[in-house]
Design a protein. Sequence first.
Length: 114
Amino acid sequence: MHELSLAMSVREIVEDAAKQNGAKKVNEVNIIVGEFSSVSSDALEFAMDVAKKGSVFEEAKINIKTTKTILLCSQCNQETAMKDYIFKCGACESASVKIVSGDRMYVDSIDIEN
Ligand SMILES: [Zn+2]
C-alpha cells in the first residue's frame, strides 16, 4: 500500500506549511487525487487517519477530491476529459493526446488558524 508513504509526505508538507505560516491549528487539509494517479482515495483516506496522529493537523478534516484526467489534443488543440482510460481526444477522436492533468496526487490547500 503506497498510500501510507504518500500520506507521510502529505504530513511533512502540511507540517512545514503550518510552521512557515505560524499556524496554531490546522482545520482542513485539501488533497487532490487524479483518477489516473494510481492512488486509491479510500486507501489514502485511511492512511491519512494514521499519518495525522500526533501531528499539528491531528484534528483536521481531510478532504480528498478526485479529479478527472484531462487530455490535450495536438490535432484540434482541445482539452477533453479522458473516458474509460482510453487515450483519445473527446472532440476529434485523434490519438495524439497527452495528459495535462489528473495524473498526480497533491496537497491543494490547507486551512489554518493563527
Ligand atoms: Zn482532438
